[in-house]
Design a protein around this ligand. Sequence first.
Ligand code: GRF
Length: 206
Amino acid sequence: MIRIGALVSGGGTNLQAVIDNINEGKINGSLVSVVSNKENAYALERAAKYGIESTVIRVKDYPDRKAYSEALIKHFKEKQADLILLAGFMVILDPVFTDAFPNMIMNIHPALIPSFCGEGFYGLHVHEAALKKGVKVTGATVHFVDGKADNGPIILQKAVEVKDDDTAEVLQKRVMEEAEWIIYPKAVALFAEGRLKVEGNKVIRL
Ligand code: GRF
């Protein structure tokens, strides 16, 4: 059984999807620590509801991003995390963090990478950009995290239809329901079963 850590900043619906899949026996793992950079993140309440240990580690309590990232490394090493999930975590970490956990950090991005990703593409901005471009299909991507934003090896992607009358909010909700909440727990389950092998840029499903 793998030990899973999570970093959150907000609502935590993806965290909830992982919790549900663990509780349904679909993921051979347990959540050992949920860390938020914000004390009022609703994701913390979700963790509490299921008796999952959580803690707040705030950026402003550290002199710089590197020191903050080092505090997170220390925390997850202490928790002996095998996998760390970025689940709506809004802080850009120093590369020391990704270097400390190679192919052990996952992120979910609400678009089909390499579209609508990278710096500035977060939250509703992603869906606004997709609508502005007029794409007919968008989706979500789970990937391993490396030193660059939305750049690491892609694990799973799922497409979602864009409708003519979509607003960014409506599209965001559809992408979550039809893609994010499905592929994030699935990627975690595959990792927990040892079925993900990274070869260069590619993830091979064993
Ligand atoms: C999701 O859209 C996810 O793709 C992105 O941040 C959002 C987090 O939402 N990385 P939630 O906190 O999981 O509800």
